[in-house]
Design a protein around this ligand. Structure first.
Ligand code: SF4
Ligand code: FES
Length: 332
């Protein structure tokens, strides 16, 4: 008989969960749900070795564990810190964590252009959400920004390096989904950039997934660029018979026109199942798809507004007395 594994108890912003040893604070927070879940710009549960690069998921650990209740002296990256039994964590209820996130947002935006009005990612961009929540109204830095020319990575993908936050998700996705190294991060420090070696075009049946994992508008779909603001489209669950992937996608309709095809994403903005390039880039006729019905957008973002139902995270926050108190305080 297998031995039952003892679960660890963790409390985040006053809400408690029991999780398996080895679970990160971020994953534990996702199990609890609601607004206490830290944002994550580089962690991606479907990609091995992701996380630890952006620091947007910082939280305060006010009690280390039952055995050693001392608080951790510094904010920790919740995607890379595992739960200990009896741990107590503050996210929304910690001014220190909110200040830390504000500072990280400022850093992420140091070189990032504020070109949301012309960026295809606007409306579903994690950095845009972070900027609204934690951004400064003004910049405190006056040095010259790093700028790059936009580049075509093969026939379907556009790289706009100005917007890249170097989260490395696209590199991990390319390495782990395509089985061969397609591109990487060249150079170091503030010279670091995403590039294909020798300008090799990204050409692989699953490489289009780098667009879905990119948290900002640095990698966009050339077949859908500037076709529509995302909030004017209707996201629909669609499927097709495909011999390369499951064929389960979200198609974005403008009238009867399929303007974009993506993988289906969960409430954390993460892909449920990666899709192939044929589905993403080549099936642009309504007749290619069996439309299953409206896609519920769980994430609270511009794209979820006026779409079918309230995002689940908005509803879940009502079950969390501490988060409710905080959101009421915020509104004053
Ligand atoms: S291009 Fe996008 S996914 Fe790749 S490192 Fe930059 S921000 Fe991350
Ligand atoms: S999500 Fe944790 S460091 Fe980026």
């Amino acid at each position: 008989m297998s031995e039952e594994v003892k679960k660890f108890k963790i409390t985040i912003d006053g809400q408690t969960a029991e999780v398996l040893p080895g679970t990160s604070i971020l994953e534990a927070a996702r199990q609890i749900g609601g607004k206490s879940v830290p944002p994550a710009m580089c962690y991606y549960s479907k990609l091995e070795a992701s996380g630890g690069r952006c620091r947007t998921c910082l939280v305060e650990v006010s009690k280390g564990s039952e055995a050693d209740p001392r608080p951790m002296p510094k904010l920790v990256a919740s995607c890379r810190t595992n739960v200990m039994d009896g741990m107590e964590v503050k996210n929304l209820s910690s001014d220190k964590a909110q200040e830390g996130r504000k500072a990280v947002t400022e850093f992420l935006l140091v070189n990032h252009p504020l070109d949301c009005p012309v960026c295809d990612q606007a409306g579903e961009c994690h950095l845009q959400d972070l900027g609204y929540e934690h951004g400064n109204l003004d910049t405190r830095t006056e040095f010259k920004r790093n700028t790059y020319d936009a580049d075509d990575l093969g026939p379907h993908i556009k790289l706009n390096m100005n917007r890249c936050i170097l989260c490395a998700r696209c590199v991990l996705a390319a390495n782990q989904l395509t089985g061969e190294r397609e591109h990487g991060i060249l150079f170091r420090g503030d010279h670091a950039e995403i590039s294909t070696y020798l300008n090799k075009a990204l050409d692989n049946d699953f490489i289009g997934n780098v667009i879905d994992v990119c948290p900002v508008g640095a990698l966009t779909d050339r077949t859908a660029r500037f076709a529509s603001r995302v909030w004017f489209t209707k996201p629909m669950n669609a499927s097709c018979k495909c011999d390369k992937c499951s064929g389960k996608t979200t198609v974005y309709l403008k009238g009867d026109e399929v303007v974009r095809v993506t993988a289906r994403k969960d409430q954390w903005g993460e892909v449920e199942e990666f899709i192939c390039d044929t589905c993403r880039f080549e099936r642009k006729n309504l007749s290619d798809w069996n439309i299953e019905g409206p896609r519920h957008i769980d994430r609270h973002s511009v794209i979820s507004l006026n779409h079918y139902e309230k995002p689940k995270d908005e509803l879940r926050v009502l079950d969390n007395p501490m988060a409710k108190e905080i959101s009421e305080k915020d509104e004053k």
